[in-house]
Design a protein around this ligand. Sequence first.
Ligand SMILES: C[S@@+](CC[C@H](N)C(=O)[O-])C[C@H]1O[C@@H](n2cnc3c(N)ncnc32)[C@H](O)[C@@H]1O
Length: 330
Amino acid sequence: MLNSEVVKNWRDPETKEKLILSENGSLTNMSGKEYEVNDGIPNLTKITDKGRNEYAISLFAKESGEYDDFHYLTYKLFKSNEDDVRNSIIDKLHIDGKKGIRVLELSAGTGRDSVLIKKRIAEGSEFHAQDISLDMLKVLKNKFESGQVIITQSNAEALPYPDHYFDAVYSYGGVGMSLYSDVKAQMKEIIRVTRPGAKVVIAGRGLAPWLYDTEFGRILIDYNKHYMNNLSLEDIPVEARNVNLSWILHGVVYCMEFEVGEGEPDADFDFDIPGKRGGTLRTRYYGKLEGVSPETKKLAQEAREKLDISMYEFLNQSIQKAARDILGGV
Ligand SMILES: C[S@@+](CC[C@H](N)C(=O)[O-])C[C@H]1O[C@@H](n2cnc3c(N)ncnc32)[C@H](O)[C@@H]1O
């Protein structure tokens, strides 16, 4: 059963407007558009990339029934313990025992990480999980008691949450999987729903590129084309700060962590650069004019030297003076 405390922090995935829970239990947006609720899970999915989103939904509808029965094989293959690997990725979120925080797990699937994350969520903190596949989420939901995790069926490329809501965002095996999702769109949404300063951890299947041309790589790719997934560095959002990228599990899982910043990184482009050339990085970038003849350049260099000022100061003063003379007292 949905309650208004939970619904108040969901948004229409398209317009990002608030949703309304009516007394008869239906969920609508301000314009009256109704959202279905299946098994207590609201369907707030906006399909953004028909081909890939529908491929994911049908693939995981088929896999959901046996996902938990066979998933251990991946870790047996790499002679590893699944929970140890998953916990080592979750460790990077640094959420243990933190009170009053909001944690989001994207593409949570059947909840194999969710149960481990839940153990680290302190009282008074919120734990949200989402996935585009209702079939996978039904399995997840059965692993929890009511109220332990707040679930939406939704698309990571159009999330139904408010701006800057979460303090930590996690995904393993969903975000970054370009074979069935639009990674740039996912990253954009992650930045939107995460508060500046918050931590993001994203891991997924993708053979380290230097292993493509090995027997190890060829056997794995032959077995499952998802090993060919290649996390493109250009998909990392400009807001990402202190990015750490590693490959774990014998080089078959990428693991990226970063803190969320605001806009592009900041630098002081305005300090005077010492030396003959002078100017600042900003004047050098934005102040470019046409070139001059070699004779004029030589004259300018001699004049600059005589005045004992930088070339930036000489050009700035000379060109300003010439322009003002022509324009007449500007
Ligand atoms: C390989 S499973 C991983 C599930 C889980 N995180 C785990 O580690 O077992 C990939 C999951 O990504 C989900 N998924 C794929 N595209 C998605 C999208 N655009 N938005 C949300 N979830 C998506 C699938 O439905 C599936 O549950």
